[in-house]
Design a protein around this ligand. Structure first.
Ligand SMILES: [Zn+2]
Length: 247
């Protein structure tokens, strides 16, 4: 339907950049509701219970139909904690799936990024990076972090991995994150992030401002007609907390 509507940019009337994830992480987060095989991932919809099979080829078909500027390869995200054997198997499958994705991806106006896996094992991260770098993707995601491991462990993986990644291609840390993690990531050379955190906390009435977190539902803001963040002139920050705290 989105393809028929002219792709995501036309569908949303948004002319800035758009990135679509492959569903690798989303499938991972389904836990026991999914089965992973070499062919792909079978899972049941949490909405209507219907059964679906995602293969690298199917995912490429969907992402090319959506038509974002950047599409992510279909990967297998290992959980944390996970033993080394499992992390190796997920890394190897991610490489084979990346090859399958590359083979069927044909849109010239869309960049296909590979996703580096390897859990929290520095030698496996190095191996995953080497295998994907050999495929010469125009950009690379760092997947499988921010899945419950301590922050220091994530920073240690980034310290070892990022110097191995090309400086002239985007280095994208997936699923991160909180303001402190963004800064720590940028210090280490990360160029791109994505995270549900801002929208997730906003659903519960909290926003990040220059002065820290602000919860609009707090009684003290009920008759406060100042913008949420006086240091920012974006559309969202001009919203007056007192007016939306009753929503
Ligand atoms: Zn703002």
């Amino acid at each position: 339907m989105v393809r028929e509507a002219g792709g995501l940019h036309k569908f949303m009337n948004w002319h800035g950049p758009i990135l679509t994830d492959s569903g690798g992480f989303q499938v991972f987060s389904l836990g026991p509701l999914r089965t992973i095989t070499e062919e792909g991932v079978t899972f049941r919809s949490h909405i209507d219970g219907s059964k679906h099979l995602f293969t690298p080829e199917k995912v490429m078909e969907i992402e090319q139909a959506l038509g974002a500027d950047i599409a992510m390869a279909f990967d297998e995200c290992a959980p944390y904690p996970c033993d080394k054997e499992y992390a190796i198997a997920a890394l190897e499958r991610t490489t084979r799936w990346a090859e399958r994705c590359k083979k069927v991806h044909s849109r010239k106006d869309q960049a296909l990024f590979g996703i580096i896996q390897g859990g929290v094992f520095n030698d496996l991260r190095e191996r995953s990076a080497k295998e994907l770098l050999a495929m010469d993707f125009p950009g690379y995601g760092i997947g499988g972090l921010s899945v419950g491991e301590p922050k220091d462990l994530m920073y240690d993986v980034l310290d070892h991995l990022i110097p191995l990644m090309p400086k002239d291609k985007p280095r994208y840390l997936m699923g991160v994150g909180s303001p402190d993690c963004l800064i720590e990531g940028v210090i280490r050379g990360v160029d791109m992030f994505d995270c549900v955190l801002p929208t997730r906390i906003a659903r519960n009435g909290t926003v990040f401002t220059h002065k820290g977190k602000l919860t609009v539902r707090n009684a003290e803001f009920a008759r406060d007609f100042r913008p949420m963040d006086e240091q920012c002139d974006c559309y969202a920050c001009q919203i007056i907390p007192g007016l939306i705290s009753g929503i």
